[in-house]
Design a protein around this ligand. Structure first.
Ligand code: SF4
Ligand code: SF4
Length: 120
């Protein structure tokens, strides 16, 4: 079963996509980059990058493993949210660190919604 960890931009998560519902709705509907998953896939967590310039992403990924390993709930895929992929000036460095430390496949992208689709 796929266990999905989303990594997003700390600056954006609470102040732009309020509540991060766009990524979670996309996962629940299996839209955007989540189209590939079957019904049994689960959203394991939503992790912020730790703040600019992303230096703490490595210990944060290790913390995710430490919290989840005893539960038997380890991520099988990490998704890089569009707030990082499309807007972060440190994205290349952040994604490289995540690829090295996550221990699973890293997928670029999550939701593909634009505001008109959400609010109109
Ligand atoms: S793109 Fe996703 S992770 Fe990033 S702030 Fe928006 S909902 Fe949250
Ligand atoms: S490092 Fe990038 S993703 Fe993290 S808070 Fe700064 S701009 Fe956002």
């Amino acid at each position: 079963m796929e266990k999905i960890l989303i990594v997003g931009c700390k600056n954006t998560m609470d102040d732009v996509c309020i509540g991060c519902s766009r990524c979670m709705v996309a996962f629940n509907r299996r839209e955007g980059a989540f189209e590939r998953y079957g019904e049994d896939a689960e959203l394991l967590g939503l992790l912020n990058c730790g703040g600019c310039p992303g230096a703490s992403i490595v210990p944060r990924l290790i913390q995710v493993k430490l919290w989840n390993m005893p539960l038997g709930e380890m991520p099988t895929k990490v998704h890089i949210a569009p707030c990082i992929a499309d807007h972060c000036p440190h994205a290349d460095d952040l994604v490289t660190k995540i690829q090295v430390k996550s221990g699973c496949e890293v997928v670029m992208g999550c939701h593909a919604y634009v505001p008109e689709k959400i609010y109109v």
